[in-house]
Design a protein around this ligand. Structure first.
Ligand code: NI
Ligand code: MN
Length: 226
């Protein structure tokens, strides 16, 4: 499994021959827009955690270019189906065995209104079990006790957690989230994109290190292999 970070909560995940884009927000991100050409992104599936602009902005353009299937909660899936896109609706607690692996849509504590004010259902995250590696994409969320449910079903190899504070968990709560999901290897996302969520990278990494955990912060366009 290869995971590439494209800023905010945007990820490209390759599992075997399958390409997955998560929460595409590139053309609106000052930190990413000149570094990534959305028309060059390959996608068989686009996973959307919730309907906020900083998670869906480029979803329609990428789906149009790639014919990717949009996977999200029921309301978001219906929003895109009405625009003619192929979708796979899910809802909280549900699993589906895709060709690349199992996906579960899990709880997040946040909101999920589309930029135009229409209903984006309830926000979520994804647990992906694929190619003998398991990851948790928390999406935008507060620290929540529901995270303790995840390791009852899945032994995680990586937790992808928001760390920018203000709109989501900050560093200290992300460290506790890492305890709750029983995964000490964390990829930090949802930081530095706007003034409200700028973080001190050195301080963030030191806090994780002091908790005997590993916080990875990737440059935009950089990848890790699991
Ligand atoms: Ni959000
Ligand atoms: Mn967000």
């Amino acid at each position: 499994m290869k995971i590439t970070f494209y800023g905010q909560n945007t990820l490209a995940i390759t599992i075997g021959e399958t390409n997955i884009i998560v929460d595409p927000f590139i053309t609106g991100n000052e930190l990413a827009k000149d570094k990534v050409d959305i028309m060059s992104l390959k996608a068989d599936y686009i996973l959307l955690t919730h309907a906020h602009q900083d998670h869906i902005l480029d979803a329609a353009a990428i789906a149009k270019n790639t014919n990717a299937v949009i996977v999200s909660n029921y309301e978001i899936a219906m929003h895109y189906q009405a625009k003619g896109f192929e979708v796979h609706p899910m809802n909280h607690g549900g699993n589906w065995q895709f060709d690349f692996g199992n996906v579960k849509y899990v709880n997040a504590v946040h909101t999920s209104t589309f930029p135009d004010g229409s209903n984006g259902g309830q926000p979520g995250g994804f647990v992906i079990e694929g190619e003998h590696k398991n990851i948790y994409i928390a999406g935008d969320t507060a620290l929540t006790m529901d995270m303790k449910l995840i390791p009852l079903r899945t032994k995680l190899d990586l937790a992808i957690l928001p760390i920018g504070d203000n709109f989501t968990m900050g560093i200290d709560d992300a460290i506790t989230a890492s305890d709750f999901v029983e995964c000490d290897k964390v990829l930090g996302v949802h930081y530095d994109t706007f003034g409200y969520i700028e973080i001190d990278h050195t301080e963030a990494k030191r806090k994780f290190y002091d908790a005997n955990k590993d916080l990875m912060l990737l440059e935009i366009g950089a990848s890790i292999e699991l």
